[in-house]
Design a protein around this ligand. Structure first.
Ligand SMILES: Nc1ncnc2c1ncn2[C@@H]1O[C@H](COP(=O)(O)OP(=O)(O)OP(=O)(O)O)[C@@H](O)[C@H]1O
Ligand SMILES: [Mg+2]
Length: 415
């Protein structure tokens, strides 16, 4: 049974980036009142959400004042400090996801421990406090080693690959260890996975228990930042896709996640003898909010991940999560990463001219090199009842090319 909501229902969001911004159209369609706590009126989400309060998500006072009277509070990032979450919980503010679940999206060490307890597949990992411990892990598990700060990372910041034990004496490793020591956390060291590809499995779970799963997708990263996503994942076996979905459902249920959950995964398609890694699907990290790997849903699924997140956090029935367009339908999402153009709108007309069916999404952010400033979605459908694999591959490659060309036009400026 859905609890009694205000009329209209009110959802507050902490975090003023593009994820909060993209909740706004879904809230508008459903007549939901969205409230935002933003650092400035120029923030990506503050530009489009009328009910914006200026404040700091790291201040318990600001957040408590903001949260009064909301049906539920949710997040567009995982960096809200523990003290603030505790203060909210003590004050009885309804939060989805709850802090008991959110912890595993905030803290990669806590996440590794929990995934292990749940019997789900992790890369080999350990917690390290010193260079000696790091070297011992690398020597036992094998080099290279991936070193991570447990908290605060995003877009590959907070992730360092160490090729050999010699690199452990480098300045950056020392300063990471020193800072982790001061914070009393230690660092996460992981086996560098010999993955064939990365995958992302997204599910939504509402507090009363229902779970809806989106098709598993294939994201590709360039320099640690998501570059492109193909939905559904085109190269992965049915068996591995089912395993990826099973893992995501199991995490949502066992951690009692509420709202959208993205499970970033590594697929090892064939056993890797050199590193002693079995074929299978392994957990990379968790995000409990809409996620870059789900932006395709805005145009490629009946229910966008932003609408699904709002439904889930309000404990409303979940929407259909398949790829639109029936069998043979797929979507390509291409991120717009800041390039040489300072005015993204200068390229928009030419981009629209290039393809009438590509969907352009801009976040109202100033372009800086490599910064996520928007994305392109292309939905591809087929009317042919029995399309062969070659034809489907050509269709996918065409959509990828078009998306890449349009992205180039926008971030580099009209030609
Ligand atoms: N153990 C590993 N083995 C191989 N590659 C890894 C490993 N851990 C991370 N990576 C690579 O680094 C990328 C970023 O790592 P991770 O997802 O942990 O960091 P993040 O900065 O928190 O994430 P995001 O980019 O999703 O915000 C991964 O998507 C993957 O490409
Ligand atoms: Mg990641």
């Amino acid at each position: 049974m859905t609890a009694q909501l205000s009329s209209p229902p009110t959802v507050g969001v902490l975090g003023d980036g593009q994820l909060a911004r993209m909740m706004a159209p879904a809230a508008t369609h459903l007549g939901i009142e969205l409230h935002l706590l933003a650092a400035s009126h120029h923030a990506s989400a503050a530009q489009v959400i009328a009910r914006t309060t200026l404040g700091d998500y790291r201040s318990a006072d600001d957040v408590l004042a903001f949260a009064q009277g909301l049906d539920v509070l949710t997040f567009d990032h995982e960096h809200v400090p523990d003290q603030v979450l505790s203060a909210l919980a003590e004050a009885g503010i309804p939060m989805n996801p709850g802090p008991h679940a959110l912890l595993y999206a905030q803290d990669k060490l806590a996440m590794r421990r929990r995934i292990e307890e749940l019997g789900l597949p992790n890369p080999r990992w350990t917690q390290v406090h010193s260079a000696d411990e790091l070297i011992r892990f690398g020597d036992a598990s094998g080099w290279p080693v991936v070193l991570k700060t447990p908290r605060g990372g995003y877009d590959g910041k907070g992730v360092m690959v160490l090729q050999s034990r010699q690199e452990v004496s480098g300045q950056e490793v020392s300063s990471w260890l020193r800072r982790a020591e001061q914070a009393g956390t230690g660092l996460l060291a992981e086996q560098r996975m010999p993955y064939t590809r990365e995958l992302s499995a997204q599910v939504a779970r509402r507090p009363s228990g229902d779970v809806a799963a989106y098709p598993v997708v294939e994201p590709t990263q360039t320099n640690g930042v998501c570059d492109e996503v193909i939905a559904p994942a085109p190269h992965t076996s049915q068996e591995h896709l089912a395993e990826a979905e099973r893992i995501a459902r199991s995490i949502a249920e066992q951690l009692q996640v509420t709202g959208m959950l993205a499970v970033e995964l590594f697929e090892v398609a064939e056993p890797d003898d050199a590193t002693g890694t079995a074929a299978g699907i392994y957990v990379n990290e968790l995000a409990m909010r809409p996620h870059n790997s789900g932006h395709w849903t805005m145009d490629g699924s009946l229910t966008s991940q932003f609408e699904q997140h709002l439904r889930a956090v309000l404990d409303l029935p979940l929407g259909a999560a398949a790829v639109a367009g029936g069998a043979g339908g797929f979507a390509v999402m291409k991120n717009l990463l800041g390039g040489s153009s300072q005015n993204l709108h200068a390229g928009v007309a030419e981009a629209m001219q290039r393809s009438a069916s590509a969907k352009i999404h801009l976040y109202g952010k100033d372009p800086r090199p490599g910064r996520k400033v928007g994305h392109i979605n292309i939905l591809s459908q087929t009317t042919r009842p029995q399309e062969d694999d070659d034809a489907a591959t050509r269709r996918l490659e065409r959509a990828r090319r078009t998306a890449a060309e349009i992205a180039e036009i926008i971030v580099e400026g009209a030609s």
